[in-house]
Design a protein around this ligand. Structure first.
Ligand SMILES: Cc1ncc(COP(=O)(O)O)c(C=O)c1O
Length: 441
């Protein structure tokens, strides 16, 4: 769909540039044009027409301190003056090494070696590659497959797509192109754990690792599972001698109420992927963090045992400066406390949606709130109504969900949730043609 070029509210840059842009996850033929954002400020998006939206998405989980935090901005500005970028092959710099040391200190157990990447998907690719080579370097051949879980989402590059849910994901077109991996349900009961152990045991000679989004599966359906499941999956991996990769690209940096979701399961995975909120959502950046045991498998007199990977912009100094500043804010501002408190606040504030027609579940975990519906009908109309209410959410699949900045105040959260409840209540009265079906309370 083209933009409304007659409207005085359409900015010139959108009028002339929209016909040249390809938007993500969008059917460009039918989708309405996107909302023109001209600035961000705290928990707000400022629109070209002067409106101000409370952002319930934190830019896909990333802007954990809100936008334009002065501390991050100052750190990036200073770094920009000194050294915006330098290659990382054969060269080191202070922002990267300081960040690596801090991440090693913050992550559980002996996750001590940090490999920087430029996006979450790439950090997953790196984790998969490290896992396969780990076994080769140890003299074990044939371990080239991975086990992931139903509803998993690990990114959009081909290795990462191969460990997404093969059937219920946006990547199901690519069967035949992608490497075939194993997909299993997340075991929760004693019988399911026993079945998972049998499954893994029977195939362990071909499996390099198991990959999981601990506690919350994000883009594959916003499904929650308890810490005990993660702990038992970890035990099973140990018994079967298979690596465990924790993808904390979405859950990392406080989102579930602890710095990393793995902490709630008391689990130290072999590899941990982080991204999104690593820079406080300021710049594209990610990391794959390995235990000493994994790293040591790459030490050898044989040069071919080295990890042959190196994105051009890895360890970008601006991104490292933003990440160091973001970690400072976790020390000086009450982010984790807010994430913990938000679980109950969201449950209470979104609670009225439980009674609405078409809503099947309302669940919260840390600073994540999910309203799951039977079928997300009238999606574009719903999205437009959300913006009219002065908030920003992007419902998809079968849910309306929020991952607000961890810096959001209780009052701002109240405004965000009250508007969400209003919109969902109205939506629940629409029939499939968008007309009001019945009046409810
Ligand atoms: C759990 C998880 N893994 C990987 C990714 C991919 O990260 P990126 O979009 O930075 O490539 C995402 C992004 O949503 C994610 O939620």
């Amino acid at each position: 769909m083209s933009v409304d070029s007659q409207s005085p509210l359409t900015p010139d840059w959108q009028r002339s540039g929209y016909q040249h842009i390809w938007m993500p996850y969008t059917q460009m033929h039918t989708a309405p044009p996107p909302i023109p954002v001209v600035a961000t400020e705290g928990v707000h998006l400022l629109l070209a027409d002067g409106r101000k939206l409370i952002d319930g998405m934190a830019s896909w989980w990333a802007a954990c301190h809100g936008y334009n935090h002065p501390h991050i901005r100052k750190a990036v500005e200073e770094q920009l003056r000194i050294m915006p970028h330098v290659m990382f092959g054969g060269v080191n710099h202070e922002p990267a090494l300081r960040l690596a040391q801090r991440l090693a200190g913050l992550t559980p157990g002996n996750l001590n070696r940090v490999f920087f990447a430029d996006s979450g998907s790439v950090s997953v690719e790196v984790a998969l590659k490290i896992s396969v080579q780990y076994w080769l370097n140890r003299g074990v051949t044939g371990r080239t497959k991975f086990v992931s879980f139903q509803h998993a989402y690990h990114g959009d590059t081909s290795g990462a797509m191969s460990v997404c849910d093969p059937d219920n994901s946006m990547h199901s077109h690519f069967k035949g192109f992608l490497l075939e991996q194993y997909s299993h349900q997340i075991p929760q009961t004693r019988e399911e754990h026993a079945a998972f152990e049998t499954f893994l045991h029977e195939r362990k000679s071909e499996i390099a690792g198991v990959i999981i989004e601990p506690l919350i599966q994000g883009a594959g359906g916003m499904k929650f599972h308890p810490p005990e499941s993660v702990a038992k999956i970890h035990d099973t991996c140990r018994r079967c001698n298979v690596l465990l990769i924790a993808d904390e690209i979405a859950t990392g940096f406080g989102r579930t109420g602890t710095m990393f979701a793995c902490e709630q399961a008391d689990v130290v995975p072999d590899l941990l992927c982080v991204g999104k909120a690593l820079t406080g959502g300021t710049l594209s950046f990610a990391a794959t963090i390995a235990t000493d045991d994994v790293f040591n498998a790459f030490l050898s007199d044989d040069p071919s045992h080295a990890l042959m990977h190196g994105p051009t912009f890895m360890a970008n100094p601006l991104a490292c400066a933003a990440a160091n500043a973001s970690l400072d804010l976790f020390e000086t501002e009450p982010r984790l406390e807010r994430a913990v408190a938000m679980e109950a606040e969201l449950a209470e504030m979104l609670g009225p949606c439980r009674r609405l027609a078409g809503v099947v579940d309302v669940r919260t975990k840390g600073a994540v709130g999910v309203i799951q519906v039977k079928r997300l009908h009238n999606l574009e109309r719903l999205r437009a109504r959300i913006v009219q209410e002065g908030i920003w959410l992007r419902p998809f699949g079968d849910m309306i969900y929020m991952t607000p900045p961890l810096s959001i105040t209780v009052e701002q959260l109240q405004t965000l949730c009250a508007a969400t409840v209003r919109v969902v209540r109205e939506w629940s009265t629409w029939n499939n043609d968008g007309l009001v079906e019945q009046q409810r309370d």
